[in-house]
Design a protein around this ligand. Structure first.
Ligand SMILES: Nc1ncnc2c1ncn2[C@@H]1O[C@H](COP(=O)(O)OP(=O)(O)OP(=O)(O)O)[C@@H](O)[C@H]1O
Ligand SMILES: [Mg+2]
Length: 250
């Protein structure tokens, strides 16, 4: 039923000029569920997630998040809703000129009314949660790729969002780091009841985090189901995707 969906997309369409990127997307993400979106490069996965968080407006269709119409609200109401949505950018997007602690403080200071001690305690707790408390005063340039992703994840969760949108949380990481970040994503769901949409090409990550998988091709979801079901789905683009992934991994 619709009221149980934390995120609900109906016939979502988005074009840039003559390029129709999303041609009618439907998606229901229930509470405490992780929906993984897969698809080729340029298929519109990041555009989809930016619509959900209200960074892009659709041309038509509807987007409901926590019962609010993201496509219709704006200003303070949209800003308020965004505080419930953590967004892990594809690029990580830490501020290079700020230390890890300053990166985490940036949003806390603006949006939560905490004393300096409360804010520092929260930063330490969050860094301990991603197992990087010793990196407090380091700059992003001094972190490994996997550590940057974990700090970006810490920054996304420190505001205690109800929803997390992950854009390729493990791309470019070695398998040990992939597992570490994926396990944190699973813990967020188990321990904090977070509902999420995650874009990934990474089969190990998808295997660990996905409750459902949705394959985007030519602007539509051509298959939805478990990872196992999708991998066996009879569709040329999906066969290519999984074939390439297998040969890439071996
Ligand atoms: N702001 C924008 N203005 C114009 N075109 C855009 C904009 N954002 C995305 N596009 C176009 O929309 C299409 C889908 O882009 P998107 O970033 O969603 O792909 P993707 O599936 O995330 O790819 P990748 O796996 O490489 O990250 C591309 O053709 C891209 O050029
Ligand atoms: Mg993308």
């Amino acid at each position: 039923m619709t009221e149980q969906s934390i995120i609900q997309l109906r016939d979502l369409k988005k074009a840039f000029g003559a390029i129709e990127v999303l041609k009618g997307i439907n998606l229901d993400v229930p509470n405490n569920h992780c929906a993984v979106v897969m698809g080729g490069s340029g298929s519109g996965k990041s555009v989809l997630i930016k619509n959900i968080v209200g960074l892009l407006k659709p041309d038509s269709g509807s987007i409901s998040v926590l019962g609010k119409r993201v496509d219709l609200i704006q200003g303070d109401e949209l800003d308020q809703l965004r505080l419930s949505i953590g967004y892990l950018f594809q690029s990580g997007a830490l501020f290079d000129s700020m230390t890890v602690s300053e990166n985490l403080m940036f949003f806390l200071e603006r949006h939560l009314n905490l004393s300096p001690k409360e804010a520092n305690d929260k930063i330490m707790q969050t860094l301990e949660w991603v197992e990087l408390p010793e990196k407090l005063n380091d700059y992003p340039a001094d972190l490994s790729g996997g550590q940057k992703k974990r700090i970006a994840l810490a920054r996304a969760v420190i505001m205690e969002p109800k929803i997390l949108l992950y854009d390729e949380p493990t791309t470019g990481l070695d398998p040990v780091s992939v597992r570490m970040v994926s396990d944190l994503i699973v813990r967020l769901q188990a321990e904090r009841g977070i509902t999420s949409v995650a874009i990934t090409h990474d089969l190990l990550c998808a295997e660990i985090i996905a409750d459902s998988v949705h394959f985007l091709q030519d602007g539509q979801f051509v298959a939805s189901g478990s990872l196992e079901e999708i991998s066996r789905f009879d569709h040329p683009a999906i066969a290519t995707f999984f074939g390439n992934e297998t040969s890439h991994a071996s």
